[in-house]
Ligand binder design. Sequence first.
Ligand SMILES: NC(=O)c1ccc[n+]([C@@H]2O[C@H](COP(=O)([O-])OP(=O)(O)OC[C@H]3O[C@@H](n4cnc5c(N)ncnc54)[C@H](O)[C@@H]3O)[C@@H](O)[C@H]2O)c1
Length: 245
Amino acid sequence: MNRRLEGKVALVTGGARGIGAAIVRRLHAEGAAVAITDVLAEPGRALAAELGERAAFFAHDTTDEAAWVATIAAVTGAFGGLQIVVNNAGVFKPGAIADTSVADVEWQFRVNQLGVFLGMKHAQLPLRAAGGGCIVNISSIAGQLGFPGAAAYVGTKWAVRGMTKTAALELAPVQIRVNSVHPGFIDTPMLDNNPPEANQAGIEATPLKRIGKPEEIAAAVAFLVGPDAGFVTGAELTVDGGWIL
Ligand SMILES: NC(=O)c1ccc[n+]([C@@H]2O[C@H](COP(=O)([O-])OP(=O)(O)OC[C@H]3O[C@@H](n4cnc5c(N)ncnc54)[C@H](O)[C@@H]3O)[C@@H](O)[C@H]2O)c1
């Protein structure tokens, strides 16, 4: 593996499993020190132990502003700085608008939208101190299309796309690049919430006729935070097997 991220420190929210864990593994393999943050402590600790040197787990709820301040302090204290932040933590609960409770709308808003906002608000401080850096926000093709049966989730993912472009403009003067990644249908525990027929329909809607792998999203993130993407900011990188075409 190319060690393009040697000497960099990365923080990945929701890094204990699924797409987040694949991003953790990829950035670590490219030489970065990686802070794995999640509300799921057991798999997060196990992943950090497996990776060993240059990896650590931090229990962290991204919806809690005070927890962001404490986590950034702990990560920079442990690794001596921070240059890369991946706002990946997210939740999904399907439901037609007529059937979705305010509590379910607020839950998805808090994790998917507020959590990303707080990540950009607080993580920019050590990135500024480092003289620049990269933020990648994980949106979805649900941030580029309408999806019947997922309006609450779709709203949060469109918000991530818009916040990303705004942050890219705000932070360009301090050399912080901000981009969004838009996965299609990816094989993770998140899909356990879907009825089986919805998962089959997802494969059929994908021109490549298969489900994506978390590693294929991690590869896109690694590109965006690496030196080959030095002139890329405010972009939305869709990795969906052709779904939105
Ligand atoms: N799987 C897909 O098909 C798909 C498609 C498009 C976008 N996404 C997005 O990719 C991201 C990762 O999803 P995934 O598929 O790996 O799901 P996942 O459920 O496997 O992983 C999500 C992780 O986020 C963590 N998390 C949830 N709430 C949190 C909080 N408040 N604070 C900290 N961590 C929290 C969970 O504990 C879990 O480890 C999400 O933003 C999701 O919306 C997934």
